[in-house]
Design a protein around this ligand. Sequence first.
Ligand SMILES: Nc1nc2c(c(=O)[nH]1)N[C@H]1C(S)=C(S)[C@@H](COP(=O)(O)O)O[C@H]1N2
Ligand SMILES: [Mo]
Length: 238
Amino acid sequence: MVSERQGRPVGRRLVLGMLGLGAVGVAVGAPLQDSLNGVFAGVREKDPTGITGLLPGSGDFRFYSVAPSVPQRTAADYRLTVDGLVARPTAYTLADLQGLPRTRMVKDVQCVTGWRVPRTPFTGVRLSHLLDAAGVKPGAKAVRFTCFDGVYTESLTLDQARRPDMLVAYAMDDRPVTHAHGGPVRLYAAPMYFYKSAKWLSGITVTDRVQPGYWEERGYDVDAWVGRSNGRDDASID
Ligand SMILES: Nc1nc2c(c(=O)[nH]1)N[C@H]1C(S)=C(S)[C@@H](COP(=O)(O)O)O[C@H]1N2
Ligand SMILES: [Mo]
């Protein structure tokens, strides 16, 4: 099976080269650091020296991106569109989203490859609120998520999407979602493995059937309930 860890060959080569040089991360500035964190994500789990853990500001998180580079979106140019089988297609700015009813949740983040970050707060607007505002048409069965990295996609059934623990999140750890973590806006699918939580969210399309997302086309479960799917935390996922 193709896995997350195999999805970043360019980054890994670059990182291995840098590790060979010895000094890591110390002298680089913030924007570069952001992208380096992305590059380091793929190796950290395999790094027996622990040296990648020395990267500042990364906490326990790994940073994942299947895209080699992702554009920045600011509060001025960020848009989230809601379209498809809806009565009222809508485009939200970041300020629009922040002005909607706010939900904060604190749960463990769990990636399917085994790493976990305990008690991570996410804040945003419920996905169900955006769906209700758009007016889901009869016959709709699912939701497709697209991202401004131009590559990643995700999906939920309409029933899953309407759960109160599915958020369109603009804060993580009580701070604006950073670019490396998928800011300014990412999905937070709390009851599911973290691959469902699409970063750099730009589109929500209501559809008549589930279209499997990026990793799901590569073998991951579409219904990604934590503890109940993908062979649980079984290392065989790799
Ligand atoms: N756009 C996009 N979203 C994504 C991914 C990605 O590669 N691209 N990776 C997924 C996976 S596998 C995980 S574990 C989490 C990682 O989120 P983080 O980088 O904030 O830790 O994002 C998910 N959402
Ligand atoms: Mo993941």
